[in-house]
Design a protein around this ligand. Structure first.
Ligand code: AMP
Ligand code: GLY
Length: 419
């Protein structure tokens, strides 16, 4: 088979790496990919959001399966377009992808199908939203309805912060159309877990759980990022919680979407909070997570392409999916200044001097003579170990040999789990 992976992050490099292991696969294409995918795929100069060009590339290169990494093309309807053109594609349709692309849609599904989540109200009137905020105790959470590249959620410690977030979204329109409607909801407290599942719209096959780290600095200090690292599995997420999440969150959501006439095929990602009052959904995503993928797929024993084909053909129920018991940890190396302004084009050295068993998944890298930086998050360094502690020590022993100017990373990824 020829497989095309859409996207250019470490998630997509990991997908391509896993897909490469399938005996079914002869050739991989990445659109647009990065310096990492260039080592195992042919990079195509097509943007992940240029749906027509992607469909044309799939026809031109006789692609048998397209795997969509990021949310933007899903929300724009890439799966619908490929299906119209009779091109095989892995991911939810535009309608089903609303579970991520519209927080109002997702809230409505959760309320209708009794999926536990934070209590909240939807507003399209700024004045009404302001009144509501005045009537509520802080802290509270303000969420823009649409996709906002990680900038749509404000956890407001005070009413003033909540009002400022409302004004930004609804008055100043800093998030554009994404902020036309907002949700104001209660602030949940607890630890967070990402639980993803493969689903063909009927069968739900949960993956191993994972955690990510959003803040840029150790001990969760500093601004939010796209994710600075992760690990799988979280020891604090018990088997009972796992089963509760499948039963109260994943299954009713998949059943609900099918009942609404938008069966969900692909990866459904539930961001969960373990509260004193049970598990609650923080958000859904319509795709694999980043950096979760980098610490989940190394644990997958089953052929990923087999799984994806069974999802597309509605026979996931016949698949037995196996995962390694061994944990995996991943640490992101970021450009100096990230998540603020940073320089690109800086040479990266030492990628050939890694400890045995250490994997490097590329994100913001490009080939310009040698390998250079081209984004904020540059690499994820990942390793499997017999324990979290062993995986961590392999990674942190390897990182100093990888060098680029300004490189910074968190030293405390999975530290609490290793203790
Ligand atoms: P995003 O990935 O941009 O949708 O942001 C989701 C993040 O915002 C979650 O990972 C939580 O840390 C936080 N969050 C979202 N909803 C709530 C809530 N109701 N209470 C507390 N934190 C929340
Ligand atoms: N790690 C969070 C996400 O992929 O949305």
């Amino acid at each position: 088979m020829k497989v095309m992976v859409i996207g250019n992050g470490a998630r997509e490099h990991t997908l391509a790496w896993k897909i490469r292991q399938s005996p079914r696969v002869r050739e991989i294409f990445a659109a647009p990919g990065n310096a990492g995918t260039a080592g195992l795929a042919r990079n195509l100069d097509v943007a992940a959001t240029d749906l027509e060009a992607l469909a044309a590339a799939a026809v031109e290169h006789k692609i048998d399966l397209t795997v969509v990494g990021p949310e933007a093309p899903l929300a724009a309807g890439i799966v619908d377009l490929f299906q119209e053109r009779r091109l095989r594609v892995f991911g939810p349709t535009r309608a089903a992808a609303q579970i991520e692309a519209s927080k109002v849609f997702s809230k409505n599904i959760m309320q209708k199908y009794r999926v536990p989540c934070a209590q909240g109200e939807v507003f399209s009137s700024y004045a009404r939203a302001v009144d509501y905020v005045h009537s509520r105790p802080a802290p509270m959470v303000i969420k823009a309805d649409g996709l906002a590249a990680g900038k749509g959620v404000t956890v407001a410690a005070t009413r003033e912060q909540a009002l400022e977030a409302l004004s930004d979204a609804m008055e100043k329109k800093t998030l554009g159309e994404a902020g036309r409607r907002v949700i104001v909801e209660e602030c949940l407290e607890g630890r967070e877990v990402s639980l993803l599942a493969f689903t063909d719209g009927q069968t739900v096959s949960p993956m191993v759980p994972a955690c990510d780290y959003k803040r840029v600095f150790d001990h969760d200090q500093g601004p939010n990022t796209g994710g600075m690292g992760g690990y799988s599995p979280p020891g604090f997420f018990s088997q009972a919680m796992f089963e509760e999440a499948v039963r109260t969150v994943l299954q009713p959501t998949v059943r609900g979407l099918a009942a609404e006439g938008m069966p969900y095929r692909g990866v459904l990602y539930a961001g969960l909070m373990i509260t004193g009052d049970g598990l609650k959904v923080l958000e859904f995503n319509a795709r694999f997570g980043d950096p979760e993928t980098q610490v989940m797929l190394p644990r997958l024993r089953t052929d990923l392409v087999d799984i994806m084909l069974s999802v597309i053909d509605d026979r996931l129920g016949q698949m037995k999916i196996e995962w390694s018991e061994d944990p995996c940890v991943g640490v992101v190396l970021a450009s100096g200044g990230y998540p603020g302004k940073y320089q690109t084009g800086l040479p990266i050295t030492g990628l050939d001097r890694l400890e045995e068993g250490v994997m490097v998944f590329h994100a913001g890298t490009a080939l310009k003579g040698g390998i250079v930086t081209s984004g904020g998050r540059v690499l994820t360094v990942a390793a499997i170990g017999r324990s979290i502690a062993e995986a961590r020590s392999k990674i942190y022993a390897s990182i100093p040999s990888i060098q680029f100017e300004g490189c910074h990373y968190r030293k405390d990824i999975a530290a609490r789990e290793a203790a």
